[in-house]
Design a protein around this ligand. Structure first.
Ligand code: IMP
Length: 201
């Protein structure tokens, strides 16, 4: 198994990545084995933030690193929360509390918007760096279209999944099993591209 550091402290992401990369011989090591404090995401785009996170994890661990920068774009809010998705309701909360607060904030901000106009999409950018000074990192990107709804449903997934209505399945993302979600999600599609790119290097 090839060991790669996953540049994320998000347990939900670690689970989703594990199910795709373990079968292709990649063992993901959580970055908290090397890093006590997460690097500041100072970029203005998903790709910049993913590069910052991958480079920092590679630097601190001395190993290849994989970073994901992802988020939700809501059309009626001009693309917000976008790169600020993780801290939409404030940056002091963590884990489930943070997810619940972010969902509640979004439902509140969309209250004046009719349900038919609540189109949204998840974006995912993956960056794989062979080492901290890798001048040609692999970059893969994908998105997943849906609608934001008021009532939360489902107990799988993380983040905005309970209020993200999946167009392909007519249910919330949080009602999909991990296997069903990764088959159609932004992260699953970006990972499929990454698997292909990794096989070519
Ligand atoms: P990051 O860790 O800075 O990339 O923040 C990503 C944030 O976007 C997460 O904390 C979630 O709020 C949201 N997000 C990204 N991907 C998903 C997903 O698959 N489901 C639900 N929320 C997601």
């Amino acid at each position: 198994m090839k060991k790669v550091v996953l540049a994320s402290g998000n347990a939900g992401k670690l689970k989703e990545f594990g199910q795709c990369l373990t079968p292709v011989g990649i063992e993901l090591i959580p970055q908290d084995q090397f890093i006590t404090q997460e690097v500041e995401e100072t970029g203005l785009s998903f790709v910049e933030n993913a590069i910052i996170k991958a480079r920092y994890a590679a630097q601190m661990s001395g190993m290849p690193a994989l970073a994901d920068d992802s988020g939700l774009e809501v059309d009626a809010l001009g693309g917000a929360p976008g790169i600020y998705s993780a801290r939409y309701a404030g940056s002091s909360l963590t884990g489930q509390y943070k997810d619940a607060a972010n969902c509640a904030q979004l439902v509140k901000d969309l209250a004046p918007i009719p349900s038919a106009q609540r189109s949204a999409r998840f974006q995912c950018v993956l960056v794989y760096m062979r080492h901290a000074k890798d001048p040609t990192p692999l970059i893969c990107q994908a998105s997943w279209e849906g609608m934001i709804v008021d009532s939360a449903k489902g107990e799988h997934g993380f983040g905005y999944d309970p209020i993200f209505q999946v167009l392909e399945k007519d249910c919330r993302a949080a009602q999909l099993t991990p296997k069903e979600k990764i088959a159609i999600s932004h992260r699953g599609k970006a990972l499929a591209k990454l698997q292909k790119a990794l096989a070519e290097i």
